[in-house]
Design a binder for this molecule. Structure first.
Ligand SMILES: [Zn+2]
Length: 228
């Protein structure tokens, strides 16, 4: 587990394609997760949440950057673990599962045939959590309803799959994995309209990238676009 800010942590599974789960801790000890990672990593993620916070019951909200399986497949095993004798009602009744309204129709996550879908959809600029000031920024293209998540007070931006961190530098997720690559190139700069100091990509490692580096990267993407 890595601590990224006073109340922000990341838990990463094993392997090249693992996507970290970000855990945001509220004042009352309740938790918000951003993405749930791969199914194969769910044991590690559940174990680490239990070790630090004691109880999965503390999870009050799960926010998805987008629907791709490497970000969402861990949802089913997590919900299964949260269904306990002491809390027999379906966790979906008490946990808010959030994604952008354009992503919801494409979202599919199944647990032994039982489909788990988001029970709250959000729009561009919607405040997802008032206390933490967690805000959805719609950046369509990688997927129709992809959102980056701004943690306003900490000035941290969760990039999801809009920008990938590679040891040799930042880059786009490979073109074949986008719903609409041109739209992605056009909308990426939206994130610069907001105030943040560091951005955290989903792939490779949960690393805080300074704003300047992201600005340079977006400039490069825009130049590439204007050449075509
Ligand atoms: Zn993706």
């Amino acid at each position: 587990m890595k601590q990224l800010a006073e109340n922000v942590y990341s838990i990463t599974g094993k392997g090249f394609f693992s996507v970290p789960v970000f855990v945001l801790e509220k004042q009352n000890g309740m938790l918000i997760l951003i993405d749930t990672g791969l199914e194969k990593d769910s044991n590690i993620i559940i174990k680490k949440i239990r070790k630090k916070w004691g109880d999965l019951e503390k999870i009050e909200r799960i926010v998805f950057t987008h629907r791709h399986y490497d970000h969402t497949a861990g949802l089913a095993p997590l919900i299964r673990e949260m269904t306990t004798i002491s809390a027999p009602e379906s966790p979906q009744e008490r946990v808010e599962i959030v994604c952008h309204e354009d992503e919801a129709p494409h979202f599919a996550n199944a647990l032994r045939g039982q489909v788990i879908n988001p029970n709250r959809t959000v729009k561009h600029n919607e405040v997802i959590d008032k206390e933490l000031k967690l805000i959805a920024i719609h950046v369509p293209g990688h997927s129709w309803g992809h959102i980056c998540l701004l943690l306003e007070k900490e000035k941290l931006l969760f990039l999801g799959d809009t920008i990938m961190y590679m040891p040799f530098g930042l880059r786009e997720v490979f073109e074949k994995y986008h719903d609409d690559f041109e739209q992605y190139q056009e909308t990426l700069k939206t994130i610069l309209d907001y105030e943040w100091d560091f951005a955290i990509p989903s792939h490779m490692t949960a690393k805080k990238i300074p704003r300047k580096k992201i600005e340079k990267f977006i400039e490069k993407v825009n130049k590439k676009k204007s050449k075509e």
